[in-house]
Design a protein around this ligand. Sequence first.
Ligand code: 8NA
Ligand code: MG
Ligand code: MG
Ligand code: MG
Length: 315
Amino acid sequence: KKRLLQDKFIGSLVGTFVGDALGMAVEGYTIEEIEKKYGQLDYMLEARLGAGTYTDDTEMMIGVAESLISASGFDGADMAEKFVTNCNLDRGYGAGTIEALNNIKAGSSWQEAGENIFDGGSFGNGSAMRIAPVGVFYHTDYEELRIKAKKSSQITHAHPLGKTGAAIQALTVGYAVNQKPEADFSVTDYLDVLTEYIDFESVEYSQALSSIQDFLKNVPEPKVVRNKLGNDARAFNSVPTSIYSCLINTDNFKKAVTYAINLGGDTDTLGAMTGAIAGAYHGYNDIPSDWLDQLENRERGLDYVIELGKKLFCL
Ligand code: 8NA
Ligand code: MG
Ligand code: MG
Ligand code: MG
């Protein structure tokens, strides 16, 4: 049982990495373009920094994990510093995040760095894409989990819609950790937990939640899902999409992540967020070895991310 729990921690972190690496190659493609060029894409393509390499999504997730480990829990100043130290712009960062990291470098506190980006802070999906370590670490206490998720978002994504996106994604990861992988993922129970802990007053998330419920009753074509839930870099147009990708593909990790990246748009991030949830549910052992075999593994690659998962579990 302990072994399975550790497997889930590692699965969520490596799941982020795998989904990011798979989706990277078709970032910005439409559903139609992916379909035409690859049919159903479920393998690593040569891209940007090479096949199996990760982007900002995983690089920032690594920073979140490192900080939770070194500070034995959430520490905003420490996490901000990890983001700055780790940042390699070649991995492809969002404009708002770059601005927040520059503010930190210039001396802003972690609470202030993201405050005045865009209009009232960023609501990009950048704080949700990296949240897996928060979700697994705080899985025993959903209240604490939501608070820490929002604080970790504050560093770069201070807009309420950005923070809520990070909290929803983190809560979903934490919930997935708590479910037995062989049992059915109870959608009703999950939605009860979600609505108990998250404030769904904003139309963006409440509409998405009601679309998800409709789609679960009457499963539409992926294009309809894309049109309704979205597939872009805004948190409210990608976090619900990733959750839905998991909810209709609970059989295995591969099915969920493949579904998400084939929706097009912000595919690395849809892959990363779907991989974080599916990895937390199924565990590391369910991630296909032909995907794992292709992941980058120099310095801070696959072995390093597995080690972070173990350390996070042992804290
Ligand atoms: P961000 O904070 O710049 O947010 C992403 C985008 O959302 C912004 O560039 C805006 O277009 C929009 N946005 C966010 N907040 C607001 C607001 N308050 N008002 C109006 N528009 C807003 O960056 P992020 O870290 O959230 O971005 C994450 C994305 O960037 C991920 O997809 C990640 O993979 C990366 N990304 C990289 C590339 C690349 O380099 N090829 C391409 C796309 C995305
Ligand atoms: Mg990315
Ligand atoms: Mg929408
Ligand atoms: Mg992306």
